[in-house]
Design a protein around this ligand. Structure first.
Ligand SMILES: NC(=O)c1ccc[n+]([C@@H]2O[C@H](COP(=O)([O-])OP(=O)(O)OC[C@H]3O[C@@H](n4cnc5c(N)ncnc54)[C@H](O)[C@@H]3O)[C@@H](O)[C@H]2O)c1
Length: 253
């Protein structure tokens, strides 16, 4: 396991916090060269420094998933630095306040689709041609259980994550014959900065979610990261267009 990703170049968007940070930590400890992209410069630099201290090759690149030019430059910079791109984890995403569909404002709608859906499409737009040139590659997109079933009060988020699942399946079908696999991971409620923010004003919510979960607990970022790393790795060499739920059985009910 130690050197499972030795010689592999992996890009992780939203790698400064939460699930992305857990993915970076695991990739680094298993031999990958990791490029961390985020809008949070200080936090991202810190994650890269910790990975380097542990002996990995890691660098931070500031890139905003709302900016096509940033994403194009991010992929270019990665390839210029390391000569290739073996895996890409399109993880950056944002949430919104709990609101019934009819109450959602246009600004919130646009912001969520811009980052969660258009951002993932733009990442793949630039990652795929590089992987096709190499004749191999693996992309993992962070969707959500909200990309598989309806989520009350999370309309824009659920729409964006259903979109990510649609993009993932389509890319898998289009690019599989070129040696590129594209999969999605669908976590339920995971203890991260995002989850903490979404509890604001609803202290009762965490307890309710835990009660409704078959395993009676929230997920941890590392548990999602393990699923992501498996899909990235050669161990999943015939897995393509899959949505891996990491939800403690939530969507099995
Ligand atoms: N935490 C959960 O319960 C949960 C559940 C299902 C799916 N997810 C998904 O997992 C992914 C990671 O979520 P998390 O809980 O770790 O969130 P988080 O808020 O803890 O971390 C998200 C990271 O993305 C970065 N980011 C946000 N907007 C960005 C932008 N425009 N450009 C670049 N980077 C940006 C943030 O700075 C942050 O570092 C997201 O796509 C999220 O939708 C999370």
């Amino acid at each position: 396991m130690g050197e499972q990703f030795a010689g592999k170049v992996v890009l992780v968007t939203g790698g400064a916090c939460g699930i992305g940070r857990a993915i970076v930590e695991r990739l680094a400890s298993r031999g990958a060269s990791v490029v961390i992209a985020d809008i949070l410069q200080k936090e991202g630099e810190r994650v890269a420094a910790v990975a380097r201290k542990a002996g990995a090759e890691a660098r931070f690149v500031r890139a905003d998933m709302r900016e096509a030019a940033d994403i194009r430059a991010l992929v270019r910079e990665t390839v210029a630095a390391y000569g290739r791109l073996d895996c890409a984890v399109n993880n950056a995403g944002v949430e919104h306040g709990l609101q019934a569909l009819a109450e959602v404002g246009e600004e919130d709608w646009d912001r969520i689709q811009d980052i969660n859906l258009r951002g993932v499409w733009l990442c793949m737009k630039h990652e795929l041609p590089q992987m096709v040139r190499q004749g191999q590659g693996s992309i993992v997109n962070l969707a959500s259980t909200a990309g598989l079933v309806g989520m009350p009060l999370l309309g824009p988020y659920a729409a964006s994550k259903h979109g990510v699942v649609g993009l993932t399946r389509t890319a898998a079908v289009e690019y599989g014959r070129m040696g590129v696999r594209v999969n999605a991971v669908c976590p339920s409620f995971i203890r991260t900065e995002m989850f903490e923010r979404s509890l604001t004003g609803r202290p009762d919510l965490a307890e309710k979610l835990v009660k409704n979960s078959p395993m009676r607990r929230l997920g941890e970022p590392g548990e999602v990261a393990e699923g992501v790393l498996w899909l990235c790795s050669d161990a999943a060499s015939f897995v393509n267009g899959h949505q891996l739920t990491v939800d403690g059985g939530m969507t099995a009910q």
